[in-house]
Design a protein around this ligand. Sequence first.
Ligand code: NAD
Length: 346
Amino acid sequence: MSITQKIAVVGSGYMGGGIAQVLALAGAQVTIADVSAEIAAQNYERLIAEAGQFAEQGLFPAGAADTVRANVRPAASIEEAVQDADFIEEAVPEKIEIKHETLRRISAAARPDAIIGSNTSTINIAQMAPAVERPERFLGVHFSNPAPFIPGVELIPHEGTDAAVLPVVEQFVAATGKQTARVKDATGFVLNRLQYALFHEASQIVEEGIATADDIDTIVRTTFGFRLPFFGPFAIADMAGLDVYSFCYASLQTRWPERFATPASLKNLVDAGKFGTKTGAGYLQVPAERTPELVAYRNRAYVAMQKLLDELGPAPIHAAVEGPDAAATGASDSDANTSTPNSDAA
Ligand SMILES: NC(=O)c1ccc[n+]([C@@H]2O[C@H](COP(=O)([O-])OP(=O)(O)OC[C@H]3O[C@@H](n4cnc5c(N)ncnc54)[C@H](O)[C@@H]3O)[C@@H](O)[C@H]2O)c1
């Protein structure tokens, strides 16, 4: 299904550029704007060249560069980019003054019925909404880094967002092959709140000397992280057994009674005899008769995941060990990181 909406992306940098590529490849007509006509034109050329490289690497479909060239157009100004757009995505730097000023310009120049999204990672949508004329058409549309390849998009309406806006955005994001989830406008939304909760605990483990950063990364990748592409925390808890989770909480509470207090929702389910998939009821309603199917899927998924990892090989995080010249090349962790275009993984 091709996107019929006309789209404008304001801020055509790292994230905005990736978002423009993805939408253009799904058939949308996309105008991009930036601080000046020159920067927008340069970014347009960059997006075409990059789409060509991605196509050569088999990451974008053949002909992606031509599609991006044909479907994206650099505009001379924000006002010109947004004037005919049905949807406008703001992806300017994460500074409230820049967001406010840009949203003021966008909403003054856009059609009154145009929907306006922000790619903010961390700023509450309600904090930006006052800068938008007709804020009922405004919401967070948060793509993840790298936008061309990460499939999830958080949709964050603020309290005043018109409910009719959400299905429109859901429909065209789905047409890019990505998946949306709705999230309330609360600090950190969902992605960053969870990601930073894990990082917070992991860094405390390092600081306490319990395991090194390397060993923690190994454990995360090879144990519970290995499950995460297929199952979120609630499916995993339901499959493990909520009674088991309850025992584990009791054990964690021997050292951290408050930090690992048993969640009320878990206690209520366990008290009601709902232990997850084995009882056919838990956080998710998986019927007990589907358990064998679920177990078979899980096993296939994990074996397929291991095959994929074997095929890809390990991430080039460590100095290469093979070959006599590995040390002489000076390859190191920091070298690997300096070439990363953007390290904010939000
Ligand atoms: N980089 C990430 O990992 C990531 C992930 C998710 C969300 N985000 C969010 O996406 C947004 C953009 O981040 P980015 O990493 O793409 O930044 P970036 O610096 O790569 O891109 C920002 C672009 O906005 C342009 N710009 C600056 N001021 C402008 C203005 N007044 N009008 C028009 N354009 C202007 C810049 O020239 C640049 O091209 C931020 O809100 C950020 O928090 C970033």
